[in-house]
Design a protein around this ligand. Structure first.
Ligand code: ARG
Length: 266
């Protein structure tokens, strides 16, 4: 009797193990066409990483859904190239290794295409144009970027705002307050730990408009260059870049991109 029971337990274990292995196999071979990993599959799902703290570009709505302009843009691209997309919130800094190690197929996060980033990652064609701006209290005497020369400036860490601020204040300046997210960088300015916050106009303008009670003003400066956002993929994944570019071109041509962003991207 005991022996028989053991036989059945072993048998059951064997069968479930086989089923699990079968399941994994099926998952692995399912549609990898768009990501370029395998070309003979139908509808692929791309996993898209983001830092959903960047309203109105990518953020969490009240129901904890990842939403925003960037999200709408990726959904529109996905529709054009016939793939499904699933968004995952990674935070800003972890996003870069998540793309490199293949945890996500691509990242959308208002990521400016820069030469330095191009060494580690590949980018699609630009789909959005932005610029740095300065956010200060209404009564601040700051008028231009140079005026921040001996001031404390808050930024989101390792963003282009951080880079331009390092150029102004010095790479290791203790006057740079580098926060993990843009909202935290703005908080540093609001609580007086920084005289100004520097970040993308797409987000800073929105914050100022939606928080009239905080009495803030946004300063533009001609010394800031235009920045172009791209979708970021793992270095060498040309098939995916090509496919995404096709989608980007389509939504530029059919006016969908302009409808989402409100302006034309050259
Ligand atoms: N455009 C800037 C950069 O690429 C800031 C992007 C930050 N994006 C975000 N979701 N936090 O460095």
């Amino acid at each position: 009797m005991k022996k028989a029971a053991r036989f059945w337990v072993a048998g059951l274990l064997f069968v479930s193990l086989a089923l699990v292995m079968l399941g994994c196999g099926a998952g692995d071979t399912k549609g990898k066409a768009a990501s370029g990993k395998d070309s003979n599959a139908a509808k692929e799902k791309l996993v898209v990483g983001t830092d959903a703290t960047y309203a109105p570009m990518e953020y969490m709505d009240k129901k904890q859904n990842i939403v925003g302009t960037d999200i709408d843009i990726v959904k529109a691209i996905a529709k054009e190239i016939g793939v499904e997309v699933e968004f995952k919130n990674y935070g800003w800094e972890p996003l870069f290794p998540a793309v490199s190690n293949g945890e996500v197929d691509l990242a959308v996060s208002s990521i400016t295409i820069t030469d330095e980033r191009k060494q580690e990652h590949d980018f699609t064609d630009p789909y959005y144009v932005a610029k740095q701006v300065i956010l200060v209290p209404d009564d601040s005497r700051v008028e231009k970027f140079q005026d921040l020369k001996d001031k404390r400036v808050s930024v989101q860490i390792n963003t282009t705002g951080h880079i331009v601020t390092k150029e102004l204040l010095g790479k290791t300046s203790s006057k740079i307050v580098a926060a993990e997210t843009m909202p935290l960088a703005i908080d540093e300015m609001l609580n007086g730990n920084a005289d100004a916050a520097v970040g993308d106009n797409s987000v800073v303008n929105d914050y100022q408009k939606n928080n009239p009670n905080k009495s803030l003003k946004v300063i533009e400066d001609d010394s800031f260059e235009k920045e172009y956002y791209g979708l970021m993929v793992k270095k060498g994944n040309k098939a995916l870049v090509d496919n995404l570019n096709k989608g980007i071109q389509k939504i530029k041509d059919n006016g969908v991109l302009e409808k989402i962003t409100g302006f034309e991207v050259e």
